[in-house]
Each structure stands twice: as structure tokens, then as C-alpha cells.
Design a protein around this ligand. Structure first.
Ligand SMILES: Nc1ncnc2c1ncn2[C@@H]1O[C@H](COP(=O)(O)OP(=O)(O)OP(=O)(O)O)[C@@H](O)[C@H]1O
Ligand SMILES: [Mg+2]
Length: 258
């Protein structure tokens, strides 16, 4: 979702937590110049001079490094991270835009050597439908939108769908798998916009039964580095199961029926 602050990074981090609980070998790519996934998940702070995902997708071959060289451990077992630090991706996005070939395939090329070593790659995106997003879509089997039940998300879903359709002409393996409703407060306004979203967004399912509530505890638990399924609060463990159900849409889970 190109709208900012809807819960994309929080979703990616919690799905990564669900993947860790399943012992899936997981790679999280922080593909947002803000680097919020990195500050949340990296086991140790990433220094500004450290290699990052920006170096792995650099358009000039002699500047580029293998993805394996940028990956760092995370706070969760089985999950590694291709980190981002503020602004380095912004600079590289400009260079990719100016490159004369393969602009949209920098991420898939970087990922390819690692794919045999992982069960799952999760890419967190910036609130923008620009070149980085197109790179992410070209590298993916599934895209899903994280939305809030409001007018901006409703409008944004239409644009996102068009972007996905354009990429699907080249990446035929890409499926728009659905939209996750985030920060749900159960207000009359949200109920109205949820109905609008369901009416307008017919190509993919809206996961209205797996809504993520707006709870401060989601933020504090993640910031404390605690996986939801390991929380002491039962409502958070139940929420952990919602993320596990989400993950099961892409990686079948014998313990979960969707
Ligand atoms: N379900 C939730 N309940 C309460 N707070 C939440 C929830 N989801 C996210 N937040 C908080 O809202 C803020 C924005 O969330 P997040 O960073 O995940 O959004 P984002 O879509 O990734 O933002 P951006 O577009 O800037 O990348 C953060 O402070 C996060 O902790
Ligand atoms: Mg984010």
C-alpha cells in the first residue's frame, strides 16, 4: 500500500515471526529506504558503512555485491535479513531508474543465488509504487496489500492493482493474493470503508476475517523482540495465530486450515 503508516512493516515482522515459529528458513528483505524493518529485526544495529540491500541491487556490476554478503542475523531464529540503512536505497533507486537495461530485475537477480537456501522470502516495501516496488513485484510469486479501512486505502488499492497487472505481463507467476485489514478499531466509519473495499477490490480476496486490531501491545511486543506466539498475553498469542494463518496462504501449513 502506497499509503504510509498502515502497518506494512509490522505485518512483515510478525509474518517473519510466524515463519520462525515454523522453523522455515526465511529471508526478509528491507526494501524501504526508511529501514524500519532493519531497526526492528536486526539482531545488532546496522552501521551506516555496512553493506546493505542497496549494494546487492546496485545497477553497476563492479559496485554490486552478492546478497549473501549483506545478510545479517535477526532477533528470531531461522530468519535472516537483507538490511537497509537510511537513504542508501534512495540513491540506488535513482541509479536504477537511470540505468539503460534490466532496471526492473535488480532484486530478482540478487535473490536468485539464495533461493535454493531459503523456504521463504518476505519483502517489505516503501509506501510508493516506484521502481523499488516494481523490482519487488518482478521478484515475487505473491503480492499482498496491507490496508486500513478508509478512503485512502480504498483508492490506493485500485492503483496498486494496476501496477500489479502491468508487472504480471512480464512476471506471469505473480498473484495478487489479497488485502490484509490492519489497525482495525471496529468503528462505523471503518465498517463503511471495509464494505467499499470489498465491493471495489474484486480481483483479490479481502481477508475480512483475519483483521489485525489496533492494539498498542502489538507495537510494544515487537519492539521488545517477543514473538506473538510466545507472548504471555493470550489475546496476543491468538493474534500470532492470525499471522500464522496469513503465512499459510503462501506456504501450506499442516497445522492450519485457511
Ligand atoms: N495493529 C497495530 N496496532 C497498533 N499500532 C500499530 C499496528 N500496526 C502498526 N502499528 C504502529 O503504527 C506505526 C506504523 O506502522 P508500520 O511502520 O508497520 O507501517 P508501514 O505501513 O510500514 O509504514 P511506512 O509506510 O512508513 O513504511 C508504527 O509505529 C507501528 O508500531
Ligand atoms: Mg514500513
Amino acid at each position: 500500500m502506497q499509503k504510509g503508516g498502515v502497518g506494512k512493516t509490522t505485518t512483515i515482522c510478525n509474518v517473519a515471526g510466524a515463519a520462525s515459529a515454523r522453523a522455515l528458513s526465511t529471508l526478509v528483505v528491507d526494501f524501504d529506504p526508511q529501514g524500519n524493518t532493519t531497526s526492528t529485526l536486526a539482531a545488532e544495529a546496522v552501521a551506516r558503512n555496512q553493506l546493505t540491500i542497496a549494494d546487492a541491487v546496485h545497477p553497476e556490476e563492479d559496485e554490486r555485491v552478492p546478497l549473501a554478503d549483506v545478510m545479517v542475523p535477526t532477533i528470531w531464529e531461522h530468519v535472516r535479513l537483507a538490511p537497509a540503512v537510511t537513504n542508501s536505497l534512495t540513491k540506488v533507486e535513482r541509479l536504477i531508474n537511470a540505468a539503460d537495461h534490466d532496471r526492473e530485475y535488480r532484486l530478482i537477480e540478487a535473490l536468485e543465488p539464495e533461493l535454493a537456501n531459503v523456504d521463504l522470502v518476505l519483502v517489505d516495501n516503501a509506501p510508493s509504487l516506484g521502481q523499488l516496488m516494481r523490482n519487488a513485484l518482478n521478484a515475487s510469486d505473491y503480492a499482498f496489500a496491507v490496508v486500513q479501512a478508509d478512503q485512502w486505502s480504498c483508492d490506493g488499492l485500485g492503483e496498486l492493482r494496476e501496477t500489479v497487472k502491468r508487472v504480471q505481463r512480464r512476471n506471469r507467476g505473480l498473484t495478487l493474493s489479497g488485502a490484509l485489514i490492519s489497525m482495525w478499531r471496529n468503528t462505523a466509519d471503518e465498517k463503511f470503508w471495509l464494505r467499499e473495499i470489498i465491493e471495489n477490490f474484486d480481483e483479490a480476496e479481502v481477508w475480512e476475517h483475519d483483521k489485525i486490531p489496533q492494539w498498542t501491545a502489538i507495537k510494544t511486543t515487537l519492539n521488545a523482540g517477543i514473538r506473538l506466539d510466545q507472548s504471555r498475553e493470550s489475546r496476543l498469542r491468538v493474534l500470532g495465530h492470525t499471522y500464522r494463518r496469513l503465512l499459510a496462504r503462501w506456504v501450506p501449513d499442516p497445522e492450519v486450515t485457511i
